[in-house]
Ligand binder design. Structure first.
Ligand code: NAP
Length: 248
């Protein structure tokens, strides 16, 4: 239904988990996808191979989203070679879970550098291009815990709440330029990030989820596809919750 033919999408952390599902979904809809990763090259190559095998177009691009110069160089290079940047998905994220009294300064710095500052640098580089084109889509991956809070995730939930503020502000700043900025807030989704959860923890999470199960990365990717599409042209500054009813 949603056609992204001729569009260029950049998916940060697009190589694994939810990011991979987003990369594959956008490519299936016709976009050329730049699949970013930080260190796991094999996963990124595997993602691009899967896209190509399915008839889509994609490339890998290593950069650390927390490094402003690297972000700018990567996005400028993509723009120069591919001629456009239509869609930016700020998906790269890390979770270093700790109770407040055990949190270390370096955990705060690393989490915010990736989850928040990284999204800001990527948005800044992409918006320069999108403003000239007078069109663009930015989708930020927040989280259910950014709205609900969660014991043991003080730094992570603060970073995900920050992304909602970022989303709303950018939506207001750039709506007049034809650029929409939205957030997707997943609940608990099967991925490497959640694979470390104990069976007991899973039972608790499922018990708190009216849908009665953990979500799939494809279910998050479908929401991103909608927000990236032409059909979502009047939707901006919103938080789309994909959480099985866990937080409403
Ligand atoms: P994941 O499986 O751990 O994958 C993380 C991805 O981000 C990888 O591609 C990783 O690349 C990349 N990445 C990490 N740090 C980076 C950096 N500094 N620069 C560039 N790329 C970086 O994570 P996920 O579970 O799919 O989560 C994806 C997003 O959804 C995150 O923002 C997360 O907070 C959010 N989310 C997840 C859930 C969930 O239940 N899984 C729920 C709510 C929200 P490498 O492989 O190279 O390290």
């Amino acid at each position: 239904m949603f056609d992204l033919s001729g569009k260029v999408a950049i998916v940060t952390g697009g190589s694994r988990g939810i990011g991979r599902a987003i990369s594959e979904t956008l490519a299936r809809a016709g976009a050329y996808v730049v699949v970013n990763y930080a260190g796991n090259e094999a996963a990124a190559v595997a993602c691009v191979e899967a896209i190509t095998k399915a008839g889509g177009k994609a490339e890998v691009k290593q950069f650390d989203v927390g490094n402003a110069e690297a972000v700018d160089a990567a996005l400028s290079d993509a723009h120069k070679r591919l001629g456009r940047i239509d869609i930016l998905v700020n998906n790269a994220g890390i979770a270093l879970d700790q109770l407040l009294l055990r949190v270390k300064p370096e955990e705060i710095e690393k989490t915010f550098a990736t989850n928040v500052t990284g999204a800001i640098w990527c948005a800044k580089s992409a918006i320069r291009v999108m403003m000239r084109a007078r069109t663009g889509r930015i989708i930020n991956l927040s989280s259910v815990v950014g709205e609900s809070g969660n014991p043991g995730q003080v730094v992570y939930s603060a970073s995900k709440a920050a992304l909602i503020g970022l989303t709303k502000t950018l939506a207001r700043e750039y709506a007049s330029r034809g650029i929409t900025v939205n957030a997707v807030a997943p609940g608990f989704i099967e991925s490497d990030m959640t694979s470390a959860l104990s069976e007991d923890m899973r039972k608790v999470i499922v018990g708190q989820t009216p849908a009665g199960r953990i979500g799939r990365a494809e279910e998050v990717a479908a929401a991103v596809l909608y927000l990236a599409s032409d059909e979502a042209s009047y939707v901006t500054g919103q938080v789309l919750r994909v959480n099985g009813g866990m937080y409403v």
